[in-house]
Design a protein around this ligand. Structure first.
Ligand code: SF4
Ligand code: SF4
Length: 201
């Protein structure tokens, strides 16, 4: 297999959309980027993830790898930070409004539990309301260069696929039909509405 050496992060980020094409399906990418450029900050972790992803030639395995890699990266970034300032089960926005609701954004979802989300949803991990964003540094979709390795359809799904499990989201990302996704997300919205109504009774 032909090898391509990646010796600068600028080159990697600039050429990422070409490297993901079929033209590079028989190429192994080797990082020659100076260690001082790859540290444990967000960009450094992304560089490592992008090169690993480019070397996974099966497109579904690559999608799965990137999904889990980004979820883990976000989990590690927020680990130990109560960024939504939960207090007595109410998030910052709920406290501010004096709401009787609990559990923040997750209150409308069947995957909520007293200990947090029972699944791993990339869309939810990337979402924070303005109240949180005005007070804290959050990682947003636009901050992540690895997103360029997903197709346009997959990126649309990643931006909008709330209230879904990891497995549901991965299936949406893998099946190449936006109509299929739209039907499935509509079903999930209805399912969550029924779930919430049943819970309130
Ligand atoms: S993002 Fe905003 S609304 Fe959602 S849980 Fe956090 S504080 Fe609450
Ligand atoms: S899928 Fe999203 S909304 Fe549902 S519990 Fe998990 S984080 Fe909350």
């Amino acid at each position: 297999m032909k090898k391509i050496e990646i010796n600068s992060k600028e080159k990697l980020f600039k050429k990422i959309k070409y490297y993901k094409t079929i033209l590079y399906s028989r190429v192994e990418f080797v990082s020659q980027i100076d260690d001082s450029e790859i540290d444990s900050n967000l960009e450094g972790l992304e560089i490592q993830g992008i090169i690993k992803a480019l070397n996974i030639k099966n497109k579904w395995k690559r999608v799965e790898f990137m999904y889990d890699y980004l979820c883990e990266l976000l989990d590690n970034y927020y680990d130990g930070k109560n960024i939504c300032e939960f207090c007595d089960n109410k998030c910052l926005a709920q406290q501010f409004k004096g709401s009787t609701y609990e559990n923040g954004c997750c209150r409308l979802c069947k995957y909520q539990s007293p200990t947090g989300c029972t699944s791993s949803n990339l869309t939810c991990k990337l979402y924070y309301c303005e109240k949180v964003k005005n007070k804290n540094k959050t990682i947003e979709y636009k901050d992540l260069k690895m997103m360029k390795l997903f197709s346009l359809r997959q990126r649309l799904i990643i931006k909008n696929c709330f209230f879904s499990s990891r497995e549901e989201m991965l299936l949406d990302l893998k099946v190449g039909s936006i109509v299929f996704y739209a039907i499935r997300i509509l079903y999930r919205v209805l399912r969550n509405l029924i779930y919430v109504k049943t819970k309130i009774k």
